[in-house]
Design a protein around this ligand. Structure first.
Ligand SMILES: Nc1ncnc2c1ncn2[C@@H]1O[C@H](COP(=O)(O)OP(=O)(O)O)[C@@H](O)[C@H]1O
Ligand SMILES: CC(C)(COP(=O)(O)O)[C@@H](O)C(=O)NCCC(=O)O
Ligand SMILES: [K+]
Length: 254
């Protein structure tokens, strides 16, 4: 395909614009070399070179850039950048995708399915926490969206006068906590874990052979919480933060 990066130049960049931050990947042909995160752009990019603090020093500037975005206001800031291609849902080789579905969810499930096999369930612990399931025929079964871990802590801290902002802990607190920070942490984390477990159990009833992969900025933490609270379930979970980048590669090569 003439829009696949390998036909133009061996080196290329992938950019996933999420609601919290930008996620970057540097590819050489179909080999993922490195990934990093940066803040959102604060104003339109008018030069033909990326801001110096956006690129790792080892990476040449003005490489072909493939962008997937769920933040339209951020996507707009890239429209004058040369050598840019915006990836849209139409380019994703999956069935039954609906028009308002997040491109990050479609790319993550494509990447997961290509690497681990279909059917598969992807749980993306990002700004929002999403669950997205696809069957063995690469057809979307559906999914769910809820406030991400950090968003839930932030909502209490900003909306409830007496509640402090609490950082995500390494280990789970007592379920029946006797101090405010732990009560907040317990309420959010045990509810998220219990809720996700019911989704996983339901999914495995339908697709017992399915792979289940965690991705997103909070995925490592979420997996460690699962190990603490639902160890048997955690043994069925994989974690891969690069699913979306693989999805971008596969969508370009399809
Ligand atoms: N350096 C960081 N900056 C911001 N969020 C981070 C960072 N490291 C981990 N995170 C976690 O990642 C979550 C955001 O997930 P991520 O997948 O990056 O978001 P999105 O793709 O929605 O922009 C935040 O809720 C936060 O807990
Ligand atoms: C749910 C999301 C905001 C998650 O994005 P993220 O947390 O990675 O920023 C994104 O997938 C989205 O904008 N979805 C559109 C609605 C849908 O998927 O049905
Ligand atoms: K995400």
């Amino acid at each position: 395909m003439n829009n696949s990066p390998t036909s133009k130049s061996p080196d290329w960049l992938a950019l996933m614009i999420g609601n919290s931050r930008l996620h970057w990947a540097y590819f050489q042909e179909d080999k993922l070399q490195t990934t990093w995160d940066t803040n959102h752009l604060s104003n339109p990019l008018i030069t033909s070179r990326l801001p110096s603090d956006f690129l790792l020093t080892t990476i040449p500037n003005n490489l072909p850039l493939y962008i997937a975005s769920v933040v339209p206001s951020q996507t707009k800031l890239w429209q004058n950048y040369p050598n840019t291609k915006i990836i849209t849902l139409e380019q994703i080789p999956l069935k039954n995708i609906y028009p308002t579905m997040g491109i990050d969810r479609a790319l993550a499930i494509l990447g997961a399915g290509e690497i681990y096999g279909f059917p598969c369930l992807v749980i993306d612990a990002g700004t929002a926490l999403t669950l997205t399931g696809v069957d063995s025929d690469r057809s979307l079964i559906g999914g769910a969206i809820l406030p991400g871990l950090k968003l839930q802590f932030q909502s209490l801290a900003t909306k409830a006068a007496a509640l402090p902002n609490v950082n995500l802990p390494d280990s789970l607190p007592l379920r029946w906590s006797i101090n405010t920070p732990d009560a907040i942490t317990s309420g959010i984390l045990y509810t998220i874990l219990g809720g996700i477990k019911t989704f996983i159990d339901d999914w495995l009833k339908k697709y017992p052979s399915s792979q289940i992969i965690l991705t997103g900025g909070d995925s490592q933490l979420l997996l460690s919480y699962f190990k603490q609270e639902y160890f048997k379930t955690s043994e069925k979970l994989k974690q891969n933060k690069n699913l979306i980048f693989w999805g971008i590669l596969f969508s370009l090569l399809s």
